[in-house]
Every structure is written in structure tokens, then in C-alpha cells.
Design a protein around this ligand. Structure first.
Ligand code: AMP
Length: 192
């Protein structure tokens, strides 16, 4: 079983690259951002609660996202593996994920961290905002807050996975194909 965490700041290309990796390695894509946005679109109580945080570029409380991931894992017990995109984002989420996966004897295979320059991230997000309709991609101060939250709360996860020898740094600059190639060869090395 292949359980990959696609890691990196907002705008690093996680969603784009996840699409490519799920096809190549037949994995199930679990994006907490997408799951939260569909809750908002369906006007659920959870969506309303999450939106208050997302609109400001803040993280949604751990319990909410952990519960969402738990129910997706339970619903896909026969999967060949998962690609976690935008999750975990805090050490508490990473610990909860380890507990969930270890219960089913399917530990994290690797954390693939895409590294991209800050100005390039801002340009990519503003560009995406023109077509995605996402309000958090259209305002530079919200984008900067999301990048700051990443540095403060999410980046410490590098050490968490490095301590387990599961942290892989991938250059996220260049063309989509070049980045996909770097990711694929790292994932193949994990399978050996
Ligand atoms: P994303 O689509 O991954 O950029 O996420 C968009 C927004 O959803 C983030 O800015 C957070 O407000 C929220 N979000 C997504 N995933 C998580 C997570 N794992 N933990 C907390 N908040 C999250």
C-alpha cells in the first residue's frame, strides 16, 4: 500500500500534481480543502463553520478535518493507497493520521514536500483566483496570511516526518511535467 502526503505551501502545485500521481499509481485523492469546499457548496453546518476560518486564510480546527479524513479512510478500505493533499497541516493532525493508518497497518510511505519561491506562489495563486472563483486566491493579504500560517503551523511537520526518514524534498519550480517527473521517480524509489 502506498500512502503519500503531498506537502508544500499554498500554490505549490499539490492539486495539479495529485491528479497526475493518482492516475500513475492508482491512488485515492483526499484533499481536505476540496472536501471542505464541497461542504460549503452543500451549505452544511460543517461547511458554514469551516468557511469562517477559510475566508481569513486561517486553519479550520483539527477535529473537523481529522473526522473528515477518518470517514473517508473508513469508506475506502480496499484502496491501493491514498494521496493526502493539504492534510496533515498541524502536528496534531499528523499524529492523528499516524494513529488512523497504523490501526489499519498501512503507515505513511513518504511525505513529498514541494518547494517553491514565495513570489512564484503569490503569482500562481492570483492567477488561479482569476478562474477558480476561490475568494482566498484573489486577495494578496489573505494569500500572505495562508503562506504565513503554513510557515508557522505546517512547516514543523517536516521535522516530524524527517525523524521517521519519510521526508523528501522536491523542487516545485519549472514546468508541470518536470515536477511530475521528479515526484514520480521519488515515489518509484519508495516502492523498491
Ligand atoms: P487548500 O485547498 O488546501 O489550499 O485549503 C484551503 C483552506 O481550507 C485552507 O486555507 C484552510 O482554511 C482549510 N484547510 C484545508 N485543509 C486543512 C487542514 N488539513 N487543516 C486545517 N484547515 C484546512
Amino acid at each position: 500500500m502506498l500512502n503519500l502526503i503531498l506537502f508544500g505551501p499554498p500554490g505549490a502545485g499539490k492539486g495539479t500534481q495529485a491528479e497526475f500521481l493518482i492516475k500513475t499509481f492508482h491512488l485515492i485523492h483526499l484533499s481536505t480543502g476540496d472536501l471542505l469546499r464541497s461542504q460549503i457548496a452543500e451549505d452544511t453546518a460543517l461547511g458554514l463553520e469551516a468557511k469562517r476560518f477559510m475566508d481569513k486564510g486561517e486553519l479550520v480546527p483539527d477535529e473537523i478535518v481529522i473526522e473528515m479524513i477518518k470517514s473517508k479512510l473508513d469508506a475506502n478500505r480496499d484502496a491501493a493507497g491514498f494521496i493526502f493533499d493539504g492534510f496533515p497541516r498541524t502536528v496534531a493532525q499528523a499524529k492523528a493520521l499516524d494513529t488512523l493508518l497504523n490501526e489499519n497497518r498501512m503507515p505513511v510511505s513518504g511525505m513529498l514536500c514541494l518547494e517553491v519561491d514565495k513570489q512564484e506562489l503569490i503569482n500562481r495563486l492570483l492567477n488561479r483566483g482569476k478562474t477558480s472563483g476561490r475568494s482566498d486566491d484573489q486577495d494578496v493579504s489573505i494569500i500572505e496570511n495562508r503562506i504565513n500560517v503554513y510557515h508557522e503551523k505546517t512547516l514543523p511537520l517536516k521535522d516530524y516526518y524527517a525523524a521517521q526518514n519519510k521526508h523528501f524534498l522536491i523542487c516545485g519550480m519549472g514546468s508541470i511535467d518536470e515536477i511530475a517527473e521528479r515526484l514520480t521517480s521519488t515515489v518509484k524509489s519508495l516502492q523498491e
